[in-house]
Design a protein around this ligand. Structure first.
Ligand SMILES: *Cc1c(COP(=O)(O)O)cnc(C)c1O
Length: 411
């Protein structure tokens, strides 16, 4: 048990046992409540990360914790050899809250995007157009760290040194419908994959009309449209899914992060046309599958997330707290011209662009008890739990203001 180890002990063990692929700061989290966290040494942090837009309900939400505890006593895992009640109900919850008619479960965002890509490729094989293999993605995008998803991620640093990668992939500029039209014209593409907000890319919101334009171009060329809602989905932007702000619907939507409230789970949610692509045919092979996907524990978590967001009207909370946070960040942009270059975002997915290094800002804030993350090369990201209070937002913004006032993050 961690209580037998001091923070220094744990850091020493981490130093010897973990692959050093991450760059964690020297403290060890042990406990959370609402939008606050505590490390092993007892230091308190305001949590404006929610575990990278995952813990929408915050930490130790009483109803969520009780629902998970109850499920633990019933059933944790069955595999997909058999149905389980929680998976069926989680599929119904996604269908009831979205454009989708069918759902496939997996365990992460990368896996959800992998499933979406396989679905898209297979669709054209099934309809006798196997030459349609190109995947069209956008510069600045992020779709995951697996081989296929780094290949379609529009930021070189994620791809370099891992080749040969999945091909063919074409990148066009985010927001540029003319470039997309050109890329689609040869009818060689099986899909277009786009985030309604490029989150890891620096909280870049799709320009007005962009998603609608993509839908139109994909319809005209019979191309599968995939929205990667891994970060924007599950209420993060104030609607259940990011594309609902535009009232434009994809063929496939990928989900993960917020779906399980902190329990790992991913999914693809699709319309009837897309669902047909992976459907099992008598005498044929199972085209896509996994061991853990849709496991009853993860799906019970997703069911609780849907119920709690609905029962506690948390989408309204995201909208109002998001607007409040947005105002505070706009004020910082006015207060520190040339240093803070822009405040942007939607709902509780917000970014503050700085002229210097955003990592310097997040490091200083962390020392003062505020956890933030970096998005892209220039942006400090806010993605707090939906239950965050105005008092905590005020406290967080005051810490950030103090750090900016010292010139941190200025070029
Ligand atoms: C985080 C993220 C992914 C990858 O999800 P993992 O669960 O880390 O594999 C994919 N797409 C977007 C938009 C993301 O934010």
């Amino acid at each position: 048990m961690s209580k037998n180890y001091s923070q220094a002990d744990l850091l020493a063990i981490a130093d010897q046992t973990l692959i050093k692929n991450y760059r964690q700061a020297p403290f060890v989290l042990a406990r959370g409540q609402g939008a606050e966290l505590w490390d092993v040494a007892g230091k308190r942090y305001i949590d404006m990360t929610a575990g990278i837009a995952v813990c929408g309900l915050g930490h130790n939400h009483p109803t969520f914790t009780a629902r998970l505890a109850e499920q633990l006593t019933k059933l944790i895992h069955t595999s997909n050899l058999f149905y389980n009640d929680q998976q069926i109900l989680a599929a119904k919850a996604i269908v009831d809250h979205s454009f989708a008619t069918r759902v496939f479960f997996c365990n992460s965002g990368a896996e959800a995007n992998e499933a979406a890509l396989k679905l898209a490729r297979r669709h054209y094989v099934n309809i006798g157009q196997p030459e349609r293999t190109t995947i069209i993605s956008t510069n600045g995008s992020f779709h995951g760290r697996s081989f296929a998803t780094v290949a379609i991620t529009g930021q070189k640093k994620y791809r370099e040194g891992f080749g040969p990668l999945v091909e063919p992939v074409e990148f066009v500029n985010y927001g540029d419908l003319d470039a997309m039209a050109k890329a689609l014209a040869p009818k060689k593409a099986c899909c277009v994959i786009v985030e309604p907000i490029q989150a890891e890319g620096g909280i870049v919101v799709a320009p007005p009309g962009y998603l609608a334009g993509l839908r139109k171009l994909c319809d005209e060329t019979d191309t599968m449209l995939i929205f990667d809602e891994v970060q924007t989905g599950m209420g993060r932007t104030g609607t259940w899914f990011g594309h609902q702000h535009d009232n434009v619907f994809p063929d496939v939507m990928t989900l993960a992060k917020g779906l399980g409230g902190g329990v790992p789970i991913g999914a693809i949610a699709v319309n009837d046309k897309a669902a047909e692509s992976l459907a099992f045919k008598a005498g044929g092979a199972v085209l896509h599958a996994n061991t853990f996907g849709g496991n009853p524990l993860a799906c019970a978590a997703a069911n609780a997330v849907f119920d709690i967001i609905d029962d506690e009207k948390l989408l309204d909370q995201v909208t109002s707290q998001g607007a409040y946070l947005g105002q505070q960040l706009d004020a910082l942009a006015k207060e520190f011209p040339g240093h803070v270059t822009e405040a942007r975002g939607r709902g509780l997915l917000r970014g503050l662009a700085v002229s210097g290094l955003p990592g310097d800002v997040t490091a200083k804030c962390r020392d003062r008890g505020l956890l933030l993350s970096v998005a892209g090369d220039k942006v400090v990201r806010f993605a707090p739990p939906y239950i965050v209070s105005r008092a905590l937002i005020d406290e967080a913004v005051a810490i950030l203001r103090g750090v900016l006032a010292e010139g941190v993050g200025k070029a």
